[in-house]
Ligand binder design. Structure first.
Ligand SMILES: Nc1ncnc2c1ncn2[C@@H]1O[C@H](COP(=O)(O)OP(=O)(O)OP(=O)(O)O)[C@@H](O)[C@H]1O
Length: 412
């Protein structure tokens, strides 16, 4: 019988040392049967490593048979390319680090089937932070905590159902400045279509976002969510010549990217990686007021008070001098949400804010986003692949792929 293992993690212990031991030894207790065998890693960190290779050394490995670079692929397409490459290497065992993150429902199912098919020949080690992701054929279960592997009895696969108390009972702090916005809409796209060479991505998208709206943008891998967002944030050259109105100006009428960006709060999980140095929680929040990565000026008393009120909302009021990097991944994500929100931007964009979080941390982020939607005048745009349990958007903008590119459907 080929052995398989599941290793549960929460967001408090980094998994890199565990992966290193599984690949390069010394093997943890219970994994001795892998001695002398070749392993392969399927993870976001591997994708980033290959992207770096492509960018720095012009080395196309995962995409050697295609025109398109890894950089320009959607996150789902990159995962498909890595998985295909790994299979070509014919490893004896596969380490799957949260394999289903960033994948839509149909690719998840496809990947589940592929892994189940392989499991009669290849050992699988699944590292997972969401219980519902557990592969059903795995019967050895461990928990990775404080750099120790702790054996577990078989874990249930269902998500938590217990009703939680409101985790953030404090009211949201007010905006630092009075917000005045006279137009009816913040964003208006009229019949916008986008293609890359012969690939049709968006087809006749019309969408209006008004102040205070709470939207979820949903769509399968490759349907054009990131492309659509880049039109709204002013980052896409594809906006040229299209009928797009952003914060009261027609796109292309002389506004700068800065004019657009000053109205937008934005978070994506990758943003956390840009905060490399030592930043305290107070500095992190204040840097959201001055739009900088890190804080290079002395904060005013008023800014410190405001940061303190946000920390109180998150229940971290005693940790203003703690370093951001000493927080768990889940707490870091909450701080990033608060940092994006502290100015009460006209539009808050949260791009997959629950990706690679454990069940508990994901629920806290959803609670916080619901609160922002409820208690502020900011419009909130939450981007996801699938329905996020517990999220309460006012409406969903669903991208539906067709041969002409994705069409937008509004679900209320
Ligand atoms: N610069 C580019 N050149 C060529 N193709 C591109 C470029 N940018 C995006 N694409 C393609 O456009 C399509 C939509 O990509 P996009 O990243 O917007 O999808 P997505 O919905 O965000 O996907 P995912 O959920 O997988 O991240 C993909 O097929 C992608 O390969």
């Amino acid at each position: 019988m080929i052995p398989h293992w599941a290793i549960f993690t929460d967001n408090s212990t980094p998994v890199a040392p565990l992966v290193d031991r599984l690949l390069n030894g010394p093997l943890p207790e219970g994994f001795e049967s892998l001695e002398g065998k070749s392993g392969a890693l399927f993870s976001i960190s591997e994708i980033l490593r290959w992207m770096e290779e492509e960018l720095r050394h012009d080395l196309k490995v995962l995409t050697r048979d295609r025109e398109q670079s890894l950089q320009s692929m959607s996150s789902g397409e990159r995962k498909k390319a890595l998985f295909a490459y790994i299979l070509e290497q014919e490893p004896d065992y596969l380490i799957l680090d949260n394999p289903f993150d960033n994948l839509d429902r149909s690719f998840r199912e496809e990947l589940r089937k592929k892994i189940a098919g392989l499991s009669s020949e290849v050992s699988v080690i699944q590292i997972l932070s969401r219980r519902s992701d557990l592969l059903p054929f795995i019967d050895k279960h461990f928990f990775w905590k404080g750099e120790n592997l702790i054996g577990m009895r078989k874990h249930g696969t269902s998500g938590e159902t217990a009703q939680e108390m409101e985790p953030f009972p404090e009211a949201l702090p007010p905006p630092p400045d009075t917000i005045t916005y006279a137009d009816q809409y913040l964003v208006e796209l009229r019949d916008v279509s986008v293609s890359f060479l012969d690939k049709k991505v968006l087809h006749q998208i019309s969408w209006k976002i008004a102040p205070g709206d709470f939207w979820e943008l949903r769509g399968p891998n490759g349907s054009g969510k990131t492309t659509l967002l880049s039109l709204i944030t002013g980052d896409s050259p594809k906006a040229f010549g299209q009928e797009i109105y952003l914060f009261g100006h027609r796109k292309g009428s002389g506004e700068s990217v800065w004019d657009i960006k000053q109205h937008i709060g934005y978070i994506t999980p990758a943003l956390t990686d840009r905060f490399r140095g030592y930043h305290t929680l107070e500095q992190m929040l204040i840097s959201g007021l001055v739009d900088s990565i890190g804080l290079y000026t002395l904060p005013t008393e008023k800014q410190r008070e405001l940061a303190g009120s946000w920390l109180k909302v998150l229940g971290l009021q005693d940790r203003k001098d703690t370093y951001f990097h000493d927080l768990s991944k889940g707490q870091q994500r909450l701080i990033m949400c608060a940092r994006a929100m502290i100015k009460h931007p006209l539009l808050l964009i949260l791009d997959e804010p629950t990706a690679d979080l454990d069940d508990h941390s994901a629920r806290l982020v959803v609670h916080l986003v619901n609160k922002l939607g409820r208690e502020s005048h900011s419009a909130v745009l939450f981007v996801s692949h699938n329905e996020e349990p517990g999220l309460n958007p006012g409406a969903v903008f669903q991208l539906k792929p067709t041969e002409k590119g994705s069409e937008g459907i509004i679900l209320t």
